[in-house]
Design a binder for this molecule. Structure first.
Ligand SMILES: Nc1ncnc2c1ncn2[C@@H]1O[C@H](COP(=O)(O)OP(=O)(O)OP(=O)(O)O)[C@@H](O)[C@H]1O
Ligand SMILES: [Mg+2]
Length: 253
């Protein structure tokens, strides 16, 4: 049997912000097809910095990010944009365009592939409408396709954000606190969805959470970040509650 493909590999990643603060130091992680990892760590430990380095919103000070075996640092311009296409990011707020329909919001996910004047003016690319409907179906919200995004509940909006990410046809799905503003039932639903996308669709999923019990329930591996450094990277079933608790202890107190 073929070994599962590594979709995302982060090697010795260091991020020092211009003010001199080092938010990430020598950080390594890799994620394979069909795998879901959850990154845990206290406020300010560097989780969002990691996500931003991976999607290219931060330029790392040192180290490398490889997507499907391609080192992003070695690329620029169009080649870099192409190499990043398999990456999709979901954040804490769904960030939907409230006055547009749910379907139009999902179609936006495909716009990276359609850089034409018509799409820039807001027209939906015709051949993306059916795939976008399929993405909405995937998250169980096809019946809301025509509804204005501004009328959705928080949980529905976050599932639409997942559908919009899927319209990008990603191999790697990054989710930075995707359930932070959701009630327990809606949070569970979004986590189930991310888990299914990994298991059934083969996506490599990296999710940042502040809920260790939710992480343990859904992740293959738990990655602990503490002050910008890797504390542990282990199968979820092997991480003890003491190891998790240590992530949240402030030793400076
Ligand atoms: N642009 C920036 N310039 C300087 N320092 C920054 C910048 N962005 C983040 N930091 C600092 O880097 C550290 C890590 O921030 P980051 O946002 O990655 O934390 P986090 O783990 O995502 O926290 P949270 O759980 O609160 O979202 C923090 O100390 C933060 O103040
Ligand atoms: Mg953060």
């Amino acid at each position: 049997m073929l070994a599962p493909a590594v979709k995302l590999a982060v090697d010795k990643l260091t991020m020092r912000y211009p003010n001199g603060h080092t938010a990430l130091r020598d950080f390594n992680v890799s994620v394979q097809t069909g795998e879901m990892i959850v990154v845990l760590g206290s406020n300010g430990s560097g989780k969002s910095t990691l996500m931003k380095c991976v999607v290219g919103l931060n330029r790392p000070t040192a180290g490398s990010v490889e997507i499907a075996g391609r080192d992003l640092a070695a690329l620029s311009g169009k080649a870099l944009r192409q190499a990043r296409l398999p990456l999709a990011l979901i954040s804490q707020n769904a960030n939907l365009v409230r006055r547009r329909s749910v379907l139009a919001n999902v179609c936006c996910g495909a716009l990276g592939r359609h850089r034409t004047l018509a799409t820039a003016m807001g027209r939906l690319p015709r051949d993306e409408i059916e795939p976008a409907r399929a993405c909405l179906d995937e998250v169980g919200l096809l019946h809301l396709a025509g509804q204005r995004a501004g009328t959705l509940s928080g949980g529905q909006a976050q599932r639409v954000a997942v559908a919009r990410a899927l319209a990008q046809r990603p191999d790697v799905l990054l989710a930075d606190e995707p359930v932070a503003s959701l009630d327990p039932e809606a949070a569970d639903e979004v986590m189930r969805l991310l888990r299914r996308l990994a298991t059934e669709e083969g996506l490599a999923v990296v999710c940042v959470l502040h809920q260790p019990e939710l992480a343990a329930r859904y992740a293959d591996r738990l990655v602990g970040l503490r002050r910008g450094q890797l504390e542990f990277d282990r199968p979820a079933s092997e991480v003890s509650s003491q190891q998790i608790a240590r992530l949240y202890v402030d030793e400076t107190c």
